[in-house]
Every structure is written in C-alpha cells, then in structure tokens.
Design a protein. Structure first.
Length: 202
C-alpha cells in the first residue's frame, strides 16, 4: 500500500477469517518505530474492497492475531478490535517491558510474551523475559512465569494438548548476540513448568 515514500506499508502476513482479509500497516514516514501510527484493515476476501480501517495506539509494530470475533493487536499494550465492524472493544495497558511476538489465543486464555533486556548499570539486575497469561473473558491476569536468567527474547508461543510451548533466547549483554535458547513446556492453566530443554544440549 503506497510506494516506499508513501504513508503506509503492509507489515506481517495477512490473516484470513470471516470472509475477510485482515492486514496491518504502519506509517513508513516516521523514523522511530515507537512513534509509528498503526492501522488494521479488513478487506473483502473475494473482491479486495475495504470494509473497515481502525487506528491503534503507537508502538513497536508486532504481529496480530484473529480469534473468534476479535482481532488482537499489540501496540502500546494489547488491543481488542471487533473483527466484523472494526470497533475498538478494549485495551490492556503495557508493562515496562515490551510485548514481543504475536499473542497466542485459546478459548479461555490470551498468552503474551514480554521481552526482557540486559542492563549495564552497576548493581542493577538484568530484566529477564516473562510470559503473562490473561483470562480471555475479562483480561485479568491468570498467571505469569519468568524465563531463566539472561533470557530476554521470544517469538511467542504455541498451545497443544493443554501444554504451552515457548522458546526463550539467551542474549549476550556485551555483544547482543544470541548464544543459546531454551524450550519450555508449561501447564496452560497454572504456568507450572513440566520440563525445559536447552539448545546447548544438542
């Protein structure tokens, strides 16, 4: 949408549901990602005709998800948009950490991955990554689980047979290079760790 000097650029793979194609755009004219105005669009899947467009809060552009009658968008927090009308339904404020990866949605829960970050301030501990789970019905926090020390980043999670699987990467604070990664298997309702596997074990 628009050329390289224009207003909007399509970001991430579109999602198809309810006979519509949902896509996310951002304002490429903005230099700083945190200031990029974002928009979610719904097009008729057969004709490509625009059905609605919804602006969302500025923030780092992340992947979105469509589940049931809602579009879940990561912006300056998490926003819920009516999938059929484009009406903004609710908003969950952001935490000090940034949301990363697409939200993972099940019938009962919304799984969110928060990035951590290394610090170079003396005597201040590094911020590890965290998985936070919300009740889908009311967006209240159900549980949260920290990654291991030094693990800051993930690309989201998947759920299968009541187990949440998520990979967290260890990033060297001096070089910003990923040095290892760990796969966690957690109980979807409690966050209890069943097991984890370190990539260094390969």
């Amino acid at each position: 949408m628009e050329d390289r000097y224009g207003r909007s650029v399509v970001f991430h793979v579109p999602v198809v549901a309810h006979g519509m194609v949902y896509l996310q755009t951002y304002d490429a004219a903005q230099r700083y990602p945190s200031r990029m105005p974002q928009h979610v669009h719904a097009l008729n899947a057969q004709t490509g005709k625009p059905i609605w467009e919804s602006g969302v809060q500025r923030g780092l552009v992340r992947e979105f998800a469509v589940a049931g009658d809602e579009v879940f968008v990561i912006s300056g927090g998490l926003e819920g948009i009516d999938a059929r009308s484009g009406t903004r339904k609710w908003h969950v404020p952001s935490r000090p950490s940034s949301l990363n990866g697409p939200p993972t949605i099940t019938h009962d829960f919304v799984y969110l991955s928060y990035e951590g970050w290394p610090t170079w301030i003396e005597n201040e501990p590094h911020k590890t990554g965290e998985m936070v789970v919300l009740e889908r019905a009311n967006r209240q926090e159900r549980w949260s689980a920290k990654a291991h020390e030094g693990q800051y980043s993930t690309e989201g999670a998947i759920v299968a047979d009541d187990v949440l699987y998520t990979v967290w990467r260890h990033i060297d604070s001096a070089t910003a290079v990923t040095t290892s990664a760990t796969l966690f298997a957690l109980d979807v309702r409690t966050g209890q760790e069943y097991w984890h596997f370190d990539a260094t074990e390969l």
